[in-house]
Design a protein around this ligand. Structure first.
Ligand code: ADP
Ligand code: MG
Length: 504
């Protein structure tokens, strides 16, 4: 068989048909529903205690900080009230020794110190005025609320959130390891160190990055329509959406003490959809997916994410390419000039090629290949040579790689559509409200995959049209827009709604 025929056979294993799509949506809606009712389900459906989304008219100056891994980011955000904002920020690397400090005090006092430096550099007037007032104030007199910066705290580690600014650390990830922080309220840990430095700052909200994305998009999107979903398709994938409060029935059995604004009738829910269908009742599966899963530290977990997001697509492609390379009947990357007899063709892949290394292909390679329309797929062939030590790949070889990359990218986009479509349908937003602005269903997205993979949104839209509930008419009403900077402006907006709650 020719290289192309073999590649087509493997690419066909990644096909995700209209029927699959419909089954996927149905299962997604049912798992969403289950997650709203009880704990311990495949999709966590975490209530965020954020009960409203902004419409672009919000105003004010807010602070946001982001602790997510290597860096700590501090920013202030001026919301102009006309869907625009200005942002000032500073970023510092977290010293290694603080990631594994003996006490959480060491880490959080460092963070508070960075906030102080930021305020002194960028908001010194406000800061000095506060210090002066503080000195002349009698004991027991409290500050007026507007003198205090409200801060949104994006904290990208697993927490059990129990209030809008309350959440206990479940465990550290990403190289952090500070024992005494486990089980503690991370907002409280930060607030304590802020108070020790007498800073005019209140930790008003604990922020998940998907919720930040939803809020950022809702503020910046055109018109006054609120956004329905915020979704991330980057290293990982996850989404948050606006749910009817009465449908989050598990809230009743959760911390009754948590106070939140019930008047809006809504609650933003963090789906944690990366773990949709860990039980594999409807998710597509191939031997390449299975090999990937086995190579991860958490086999059987995050099964949806492992078929969708940037961290994994490159490795799936690598597994698929290797299957062809190792197939003695397939001539991919074989050097036929040296084959005096047919059985002895040698491969033209360097021995130390990244193709042989687990995680050796980055997902950005899929984007390059999918976008390649150069004559003879020259760009792909050059890339194969430069990045993967494939000497003199033929045009046919490159076409085979392109077939595989496209199949994996398209399946990822169609699965993404399952998640987004299920949220649109389960919230009733597939039903027209009679036309006009009211009819727009706004979706905010963030992440390199959705931003840079060619045609990702087109594939998502095509899948929407194939869903009977949404269809051609419904798809036209759906607006998808990039929402940058969820941990900046998004976190600021959550601090804003949190502060409003307290003031009301
Ligand atoms: P994060 O999700 O960590 O905030 P990104 O949104 O930038 O960061 O996503 C990073 C992921 O996106 C990585 O897994 C990377 O392989 C993938 N990626 C980076 N560039 C591209 C690209 N041009 N096309 C597709 N995927 C990409
Ligand atoms: Mg990101």
């Amino acid at each position: 068989m020719s290289v192309l025929e073999e590649a087509k056979r493997v690419a066909a294993e990644f096909e995700y048909s209209q029927e699959d799509l419909k089954k996927g949506v149905k299962a997604f809606i049912s798992q969403m529903h289950e997650g709203l009712q009880k704990k311990g389900t495949s999709m966590s459906q975490i209530p965020t205690y954020v009960t409203a989304v902004p419409n672009g008219t919000e105003k004010g100056l807010y602070l946001a900080v982001d602790l997510g891994g290597t860096n700590f980011r501090v920013c202030s955000i001026q919301l102009h009230g006309n869907t625009t904002f200005s942002l000032t920020q500073s970023k510092v690397a977290i010293p290694r020794e603080l990631m594994v400090a003996k006490t959480s005090h060491e880490l959080f006092s460092f963070l508070a110190k960075q906030i102080e430096n930021f305020l002194r550099t960028h908001h010194n007037d406000h800061f000095e005025a506060h210090i002066k007032r503080r000195k002349t104030m009698s004991l027991g007199e409290s500050f007026r609320n507007e003198e205090i910066f409200q801060l949104g705290f994006t904290f990208s580690f697993p927490v059990n959130q129990i209030g809008i600014n309350k959440g206990t650390l479940a465990r550290w990830t990403k190289g952090f390891d500070i024992d005494d922080a486990i089980g503690q309220d991370v907002c409280q840990l930060l607030q304590k160190e802020i108070n020790a430095l007498n800073l005019p700052v209140k930790v008003a909200a604990l922020v998940n990055d998907t919720v930040g994305t939803l809020m950022a998009r809702s503020y910046t999107s055109p018109g006054r329509t609120g956004t329905l979903v915020g979704a991330i398709f980057g290293t990982g994938t996850n989404g948050a959406y606006v749910e009817k409060l009465e449908k989050v029935t598990k809230l009743k059995s959760m911390a009754e003490s948590a106070d939140y604004d019930k008047s809006t009738g809504n609650m933003i829910v963090n789906t944690e959809w990366g773990s949709f269908d860990n039980q594999m009742s409807v998710l597509p599966n191939t031997s390449y997916d299975e090999a990937l899963d086995q190579a991860t530290p958490n086999p059987g977990i995050q099964m949806f994410e492992k078929r969708v997001s940037g961290m994994f697509l490159g490795e799936i492609l690598r597994n698929a390419i290797l299957a062809l390379v190792q197939n003695p009947k397939c001539q991919l990357f074989k050097d036929d000039s040296s084959s005096t007899n047919d059985l002895q063709s040698t491969t033209s892949i360097a021995e130390d090629s990244a193709l042989y290394k687990p995680w050796g292909i980055d997902t950005s390679f899929l984007s390059i290949v999918a976008a390649d329309s150069s004559p003879g797929l020259k760009v792909t062939r050059q890339e194969l040579n430069k990045e993967f030590g494939v000497d003199a790949a033929s045009t046919e070889d490159a076409e085979a790689v392109q077939l595989l990359a496209n199949a994996i990218g398209k399946r990822s986009a169609r699965l993404s559509a399952v998640a987004l479509g299920a949220v649109v349908i389960s919230t009733g937003n597939h039903v027209s409200r009679g036309g006009g602005d009211e009819d727009v269903v706004d979706i905010g997205v963030d992440g390199s995959l959705v931003e840079y993979y060619p045609g990702f949104e087109d594939y998502v839209r095509e899948a929407f049209r194939e869903m009977s509930e949404i269809g051609v008419q419904g798809e036209k009403r759906i607006r998808i827009g990039i929402a940058k900077d969820g941990s900046g402006v998004g976190a600021a907006l959550i601090a804003l709604v949190a502060a409003d709650m307290v003031n009301d």
